[in-house]
Design a protein around this ligand. Structure first.
Ligand code: G4P
Length: 296
């Protein structure tokens, strides 16, 4: 789906309230809530209201796009969620990795007690229903398609495009309730907006591309220095900041403008594109309990 347009954020109060009301009103129809997040930014790609909205319903978090995320840190996130009583699994829609764990995890872990209770009451064949939610661009439609094995979720779920809720049938008597409406992330936090911009979840006008690239380079230098030096064949010392790195990368790639200066805009686009396509490696921007690491 389209990335989030910052101009649409002006709709936030009314639009968001409507989505929240829909979620609350439909919660009684489901046994659990499946929340899709981006494995590279598991906290920033969540809706801040989700804990409150789900109102104690059992939950499963799908750490999607795990093909782009740092595997070691994805494991830490699974532990983190487990520590707060939420089951999380890593999935990847590109290869389908982890998808086969979804239904067994829901039935044998997230809803274990409910399923056992139903079995005791002679309702072993009852349908298990889950609501699926996620902020734009985390891959909610892709996840539904992957789980359902069809293209049925390829719907227009942009703000302003009316769409009704739909049930999607999966194997083993499981149904997913795909809610219309858009959930926003926590935009009032600038560092969240920056991380969403790194991943391409928000349109690139949230920050100018050079500022974004410089912030990403500083993060890379501090957290994934080897990826940076290997990809761009550059060396640098501790005192060098994002702009110095950008100049070095631009020079190395021959991105010059007349007068011998580096075309920093082109270099920035390259850095951001290469991060998003994982050419810089599998990188996670948020670490459990250390989320401040990649702020600013
Ligand atoms: P949404 O419903 O949550 O808004 O997300 P959607 O499924 O439309 O996915 C948003 C983008 O993320 C798509 O890319 C999609 O291909 C990509 N994506 C979804 N899941 C995964 C995943 O597990 N791994 C990777 N690497 N990418 C994923 P796009 O560029 O918008 O479209 P396209 O590449 O499919 O043409």
């Amino acid at each position: 789906m389209d990335n989030i347009d910052m101009k649409q954020i002006q709709w936030f109060p009314g639009h968001m309230a409507k989505t929240c009301r829909l979620i609350t009103a439909n919660l009684k129809l489901v046994d659990a809530v499946a929340e899709v997040v981006d494995a590279r930014i598991p906290l920033s790609s969540r809706n801040p209201e989700m804990d409150r909205l789900t109102n104690g319903k059992p939950r499963i978090v799908l750490l999607n796009k795990c093909d782009l995320a740092d595997e070691k840190i994805t494991k830490k996130w699974i532990e983190y969620f487990s520590g707060i009583g939420v089951t999380a699994i890593a999935v990847d829609c590109k290869s389908g990795r982890g998808m086969k764990n979804f239904i067994p995890t829901v039935k044998n872990k997230v809803l274990k007690e409910l399923i056992q209770k139903r079995e005791r009451n002679g309702m072993a064949g009852a349908v298990t229903r889950l609501m699926i939610v996620g902020i734009p661009n985390v891959g909610k439609s892709s996840v539904i398609n992957c789980l359902a094995g069809s293209k049925r979720a390829k719907a227009e779920d942009r703000p302003g495009v009316t769409r009704t809720k739909q049930w999607v049938k999966l194997d083993n008597n499981v149904e997913l309730l795909d809610m219309p409406g858009v959930l926003w992330p926590k935009f009032d936090d600038q560092s969240v907006a920056v991380r969403l911009a790194f991943t391409g979840a928000v349109s690139d006008d949230v920050l100018d591309i050079e500022t974004l690239a410089m912030k990403l380079l500083v993060f890379m230098k501090e957290n994934y220095p080897q990826s940076l030096t290997e990809r761009y064949k550059i060396t640098y010392d501790d005192g060098e900041g994002g702009y110095d790195l950008l100049l070095k990368i631009g020079r190395k790639r021959g991105m010059m403008i007349s007068g011998g200066e580096v075309n920093t805009e082109r270099a920035s686009i390259t850095v951001i594109d290469e991060f998003r396509s994982a050419k810089l490696g599998r990188i996670t921007l948020e670490i459990p309990k250390e989320v401040e690491k990649c702020q600013e």
